[in-house]
Design a protein around this ligand. Structure first.
Ligand SMILES: C[S@@+](CC[C@H](N)C(=O)[O-])C[C@H]1O[C@@H](n2cnc3c(N)ncnc32)[C@H](O)[C@@H]1O
Length: 189
């Protein structure tokens, strides 16, 4: 219910009337190597659909940085995850990911998992976020996001190479999960 209320108040930034389902959450974390990940960032955690999976699968020493712009969701995330070690809940914008990483003592993230509604966010905000994300994942990290269609794929490909594409049918609506990495210099045409 809190999700629907926040959607009515901020349709463009919330971008969905309900939280993502468990199947999509499982699909979102499938590309993550939890054995080696030292720091995982999540954008737009909302009420924690993906966060719960990240918390269950990560090693306790893996740092999780949750960046959520909505104050009420942040409050809820803090309440739900305050008993867990190495979780930072940040009330801010994904545009500033590099600042938050630095404050937590990291230069790069191993994985950035995004629940952001890129189709409804203002273009300038999306562009700022993707530019910051390029820097944040460095040469080794992966950026994982879901989309209900592939209309934005070309937009993502201006910044990243799509190294994996998964499909989750058991979600309303069915969703794609895109796994991206930085374009290597040798691949720049
Ligand atoms: C579609 S909801 C996804 C929530 C959750 N990850 C899920 O899948 O159920 C999008 C979330 O992104 C957050 N958001 C939108 N713009 C943001 C930004 N610039 N930085 C961080 N979070 C943002 C919204 O407040 C909202 O919680």
């Amino acid at each position: 219910m809190s999700f629907l209320i926040e959607y009515i108040k901020h349709p463009r930034t919330i971008g969905a009337v309900a939280p993502s389902g468990n199947h999509l959450a499982e699909k979102m974390i499938e590309p993550i190597d939890f054995k080696s990940a030292e720091v995982i960032v999540e954008y737009g955690s909302g009420t924690g659909s993906f966060t719960k999976e990240l918390v269950v699968h990560r090693k306790p020493e893996t740092v999780l940085i949750l960046i959520e712009q909505n104050k009420n969701f942040c409050h809820e995330l803090k309440k739900t995850f305050c008993n867990q070690p190495n979780i930072h809940v940040i009330n801010g914008s994904a545009e500033n990911v590099n600042l938050y990483l630095k404050k937590c003592g990291f230069k790069h993230a191993d994985y950035i998992v995004s629940g952001l509604p890129f189709t409804s966010l203002p273009a300038e905000v999306s562009e700022n976020i993707l530019e910051s994300t390029r820097k944040a994942i460095g040469s080794k990290g992966r950026f994982i996001t879901f989309q209900y269609s592939l209309v934005k794929r070309k937009f993502f490909e201006r910044y990243f190479h799509v190294s994996g594409l998964l499909h989750e049918f058991i979600n309303l609506p069915p969703a794609y999960v895109l796994v991206m990495r930085n374009i290597r210099e040798s691949e720049i045409k």
